[in-house]
Design a protein around this ligand. Structure first.
Ligand code: UD2
Length: 315
């Protein structure tokens, strides 16, 4: 009798275990996630541009689903960051927070461009993530440091990054990650709307307004005002962007012109002509000194407060 009960209990337990195993396998392979809707979603913000590029806001995407799409593609995400002169002081925070939030679980390669290689902090990086330090000359003008980035990004892509199916993001160093920045941001050409201007009419955007400049934007032109501090996309697209902005910047220099916001002005002209295929909301580059607006549910990356007079080589 006892023997019979034992075997019944055993059979029941085995059935339960098998059932659990089946559910687990079924769930992992069937990729179950919340049903998408074309009727319900965020209504307080615009989530698509008039040229039908997504505008990425919290609540418009499923991170687990997106990661599973890009994981199988085995992509590498490169990030460039410049830390010239005293800006090296921002690098530790940038790198440490990137470890916590920037493409976690993906292959990431960060290139640091600096004139102070010996001051690059040691930051522990997870498996699959690496850092390369590149030496660049110092400069007496911050405008030049900021603007020369396009040239160095162009050369990096030409010389070091032959796999054109991969992605790159070019980021300001005086910033920190606070929340996820991941596969939802991937696209052919990606721009971030500037936190200071996204509520303004285009007449207030600080575009370059002199017709003699190659960054010129006439009144009535322009979609958004984009940040110079974060942009990216497929390597071949960003290569074209960097090459064009660099060549326009140099043509301006020949004429004795420096655009109002250096390479940011050229980037804005470029994005007006070559519409970004994905637009990132100001969640992707906020500014620490700005209080959070209600439509911003999460700040993912933000510029730290800095004393320009103290850190720039010139004023
Ligand atoms: C804005 C843009 C910046 C750039 C600049 C115009 C944002 C958030 N920032 O910021 O990307 O377009 O206007 O030129 O959109 N740098 C050094 N050493 C220096 C000076 C600059 O390494 O001495 C590098 C560093 O990576 C820094 C970047 O250049 O993050 C931009 O310089 P910035 O942060 O001083 O420019 P800012 O705040 O005016």
């Amino acid at each position: 009798m006892m023997h019979l009960i034992n075997s019944k209990v055993l059979a029941l337990l085995s059935a339960l275990m098998l059932g659990g195993l089946f559910c687990y396998i079924f769930q992992s392979y069937s990729q179950q996630y919340e049903q998408p809707s074309i009727l319900h979603g965020r209504t307080d913000v615009v989530t698509v541009t008039p040229w039908l590029a997504p505008v990425v806001w919290e609540g418009t995407f499923n991170p687990v689903l997106l990661d599973s799409i890009y994981k199988v593609k085995n992509i590498t995400v490169t990030a460039t960051v410049f830390a010239v002169g005293k800006y090296i002081m921002f690098l530790k925070n940038f790198l440490e927070t990137a470890e916590q939030h920037f493409f976690v679980g993906f292959k990431v390669h960060i290139y640091v461009f600096t004139d102070r290689s010996n001051e690059v902090p040691q930051v522990r990086m997870a498996t699959g993530r690496q850092l390369t330090v590149r030496s660049v000359p110092s400069s007496k003008r911050w405008q030049e440091i900021s603007a020369r980035r396009m040239e160095l990004i162009q050369t990096l892509i030409e010389e070091q990054l032959p796999n054109h199916n991969d992605y790159i993001f070019c980021l300001d160093v005086d910033s920190k990650f606070h929340g996820r920045w991941g596969s939802e941001s991937l696209g052919a050409l990606v721009a971030v709307t500037h936190p200071g201007y996204y509520r303004d009419p285009r007449s207030r955007f600080p575009y370059e307004r002199r017709p003699a400049s190659k960054a010129y934007m006439a009144s009535g032109e322009g979609d958004f005002y984009y940040c110079g501090g974060a942009f990216g996309g497929l390597l071949q697209e960003v290569h074209h962007l960097a090459k064009t902005c660099r060549s326009n910047f140099e043509a301006d220099t020949q004429e004795g012109i420096e655009a109002a916001w250096q390479e940011e002005s050229h980037l804005n002209r470029y994005m007006w002509i070559n519409k970004p295929s994905k637009v990132l909301s100001p969640e992707y580059l906020w500014q620490d000194f700005k209080p959070k607006n209600p439509e911003v549910h999460i700040i993912r990356f933000s510029g730290v407060v800095k004393n320009y007079a103290e850190i720039r080589p010139n004023t």
